[in-house]
Design a binder for this molecule. Structure first.
Ligand SMILES: [Zn+2]
Length: 89
């Protein structure tokens, strides 16, 4: 179990790097220490249930580190069965 977890996290981290290197969109968060708007994501991983993403960030100005949590709005994953019943996915 522990080994599997590690593999999964490596994969997510690699994906995060690709995203950051793309340079397309800025997902900067205001630094809680100095208020600077540029930061880099140094690590990101999914929460236990997969519906939150925790990102370790480092402020590009003061270089202090902080964590942000991204959470998907409650989207009920509903499956509509053939007989019309809805079930939570
Ligand atoms: Zn800062």
């Amino acid at each position: 179990m522990a080994e599997h977890d590690k593999e999964e996290l490596d994969e997510i981290a690699a994906h995060g790097n690709v995203e950051a290197g793309g340079g397309g969109r800025k997902a900067g968060v205001k630094c809680p220490f100095c208020g600077h708007l540029d930061d880099k994501v140094i690590d990101s991983r999914e929460g236990r249930t997969g519906d939150t993403i925790r990102r370790r960030r480092e402020c590009l100005k003061c270089e202090r580190r902080f964590t942000t949590y991204e959470r998907i709005d409650e989207i009920p994953y509903m499956v509509i069965k053939k007989d019309g019943r809805r079930e939570r996915f």
